[in-house]
Design a protein around this ligand. Structure first.
Ligand SMILES: Cc1cc2nc3c(=O)[nH]c(=O)nc-3n(C[C@H](O)[C@H](O)[C@H](O)COP(=O)(O)O)c2cc1C
Ligand code: SF4
Length: 516
């Protein structure tokens, strides 16, 4: 009997040697004359346990990890084929507390299915959302998404259904669905993981969006740093086309929809929706003034839905299970689940999809297990390079758009970067200004010039030059950038700077820096 093994092909797993494990397993099995099949999946998102092997047994899959190639032959001798106990055995992956405590709705299939197999996707409930959507018709599909409470996962948290309704209400004609897969925020990887691990769910979500608003064409704008995701998406689009899930009669219906992948060129600002549209049109990534909104005048001047990967990949669940099921998760106006990414100096880095309302402390200490260095946590930055730094005192903050805003922070795309007590928060504040200066599109003065002056002024504080005066200057500059910038790059850079100043004042005193 052929025994099936599952090894992740996710870029993070490849980075720690998953290919070498797959090769060692095949070689060891050949040597021993064992019949095996290795299926390359996405990752479960338990990165500290990668590279991991899962073996299919009558009791379900049993996981082993983290593995080195030299462990594999010995494991095969020690009962790997039957999922027998071993010091490297992790048991059933679903029972590992990190996974068992999660509520995986968007990521339900990631790490389980073969991302290259449409049949596997269908066998695991794929395209049920589209089937129900086609029964409902466009207007009811949109109302379902509105009712679910889904808010954009790219950062701004705008209600997805309302955006779709706006585009649907524009006059008939060429319209587009644009999927924002630029994923530039520090410490984030959920978009990449789903594109590599369950690409059909994104195709299904975009197809539903297209039919809902009357768009026949979709683009996925993927950052160039994600070659594996580009490859996975292109292969899946091709497979969906061959099976008529894309094309002139989607799933045998009257609706036409197709998708193309476009690769970015490495500018953070091209994740901003209007700069992204410029880039898609082949121009330099300059931010456009709003209004008009992309929903009215978007790609090539046509009404356009632009949504993050996570927003679109969540739509099939909502349509398949109903808005109410999704709505039942979460707190306040933050409905459903959020794929949260733990990164930086953290012991258990990975993906945690969980209902809104979980506290920052539970995420960092509970799931993350504290720092990898073993030193105390001092700060976490939530929401990417434009997000605020939170001290441990604020770890009771629930993961919720409004609760974070009330504490001058943002949840953004759900990235959490952990720092231990060796972090210098003045340097982090300076880095925020430097990052903004580097990535600014240059269109408006507070961002283009303010960020450079901000970095210089923070340098003066670090060198003990007129610290009080220069601190006042930085605060004043932050106000100008916050209220005078055209987009959130300049407008939100003050968040990391001001949060560092507010919560970690000691790092801004000349004494500390003079002593170093
Ligand atoms: C500087 C900057 C960078 C951004 N980068 C991204 C990004 O990489 N991915 C993303 O989905 N949204 C990003 N956004 C947010 C987008 O402008 C936009 O709000 C989002 O794509 C809308 O999709 P959603 O409603 O599904 O979140 C960025 C915004 C700014 C200001
Ligand atoms: S805030 Fe910065 S990135 Fe945004 S439009 Fe102005 S210059 Fe460009």
């Amino acid at each position: 009997m052929t025994i099936r093994f599952f090894i992740s092909r996710d870029a993070a797993s490849l980075a720690v040697g998953a290919d070498a494990i797959a090769k060692a397993l095949q070689q060891a099995a050949d040597t021993k004359g064992l019949a095996i099949e290795i299926i390359r999946t996405g990752s479960r998102g338990l990165f500290w346990l990668e590279p991991m092997i899962e073996v299919e047994t009558p009791q379900g899959r049993i996981a082993y990890g983290p593995l080195a190639p030299e462990n594999v032959a010995e494991l095969l001798t020690d009962g790997l084929m039957n999922g027998e106990p071993h010091p490297l055995c992790l048991g059933r992956p679903e029972a590992i507390p990190y996974l068992a405590k999660q509520q995986r709705l968007t990521f339900a299939r990631c790490g389980i299915v073969d991302p290259r197999s449409l049949e596997d996707y269908l066998a695991h409930g794929g395209y049920r959302g589209l089937a129900r959507a086609l029964d409902l018709g466009p207007a009811a599909m949109i109302e379902e998404v509105v009712e679910s409470g889904l808010r954009g996962r790219g950062g701004a948290g705008f209600p997805t259904g309302i955006k779709w309704r706006t585009v649907a209400q524009t006059k008939p004609g060429q319209k587009y669905i644009v999927c924002n897969a630029d994923e530039g925020d520090s410490g984030t990887f959920s978009d990449r993981m789903i594109m590599e691990g369950d690409p059909f769910v994104l195709i299904e979500g975009m197809t539903i969006a297209g039919i809902a608003v009357g768009a026949t064409k979709g683009y996925i704008y993927i950052r160039s740093e994600y070659p594996h995701a580009v490859h996975a998406m292109e292969a899946a689009i091709e497979a969906a086309r061959r099976a008529d899930y894309l094309g002139s009669n989607v799933a045998g219906s009257e609706w036409a929809f197709d998708i193309e992948v476009r690769v970015g060129a490495g500018a953070y600002v091209c994740g901003e929706e209007t700069a992204l549209l410029e880039s898609l049109e082949g121009k330099r990534g300059l931010v456009r003034a709003k209004p008009p909104l992309p929903a009215h005048v978007g790609l090539f001047g046509c009404p356009t839905v632009i949504n993050n990967v996570m927003s679109l990949a969540t739509v099939p669940f909502i349509l398949a299970q109903g808005a109410k099921t999704y709505q039942d998760y979460g707190m306040g106006r933050s409905r459903g689940t959020m794929p949260i990414q733990l990164a930086g100096n953290v012991k258990h880095g990975g993906l945690v999809e969980i209902a809104f309302g979980v506290t920052l402390g539970e995420l960092v200490e509970g799931f993350g297990g504290g720092t990898r260095s073993g030193r105390p946590v001092r700060a976490v930055q939530v929401g990417g390079p434009l997000g605020a730094y939170f001290p441990v005192d604020l770890f009771d903050t629930p993961f919720d758009y409004e609760a974070f805003a009330a504490r001058d922070g943002l949840i953004g795309h759900g990235g959490i970067v952990v720092f231990d007590d060796t972090v210098d928060m003045l340097k982090q504040a300076r880095f925020a200004m430097e990052f903004c200066a580097h990535e600014s599109c240059g269109k408006c003065t507070p961002c283009r010039i303010g960020s450079t002056r901000g970095a210089e002024t923070l340098d003066k504080i670090a060198h003990g030059m007129e610290a009080e005066h220069n601190l006042a200057l930085v605060k004043d500059l932050c106000e100008t950038m916050k209220f005078g910038s055209l987009c959130a790059l300049g407008g939100f850079t003050p968040y990391p700077v001001m949060s560092a100043l507010t919560h970690f004042q000691d790092d801004f005193t000349p004494v500390r820096h003079a002593a170093e």
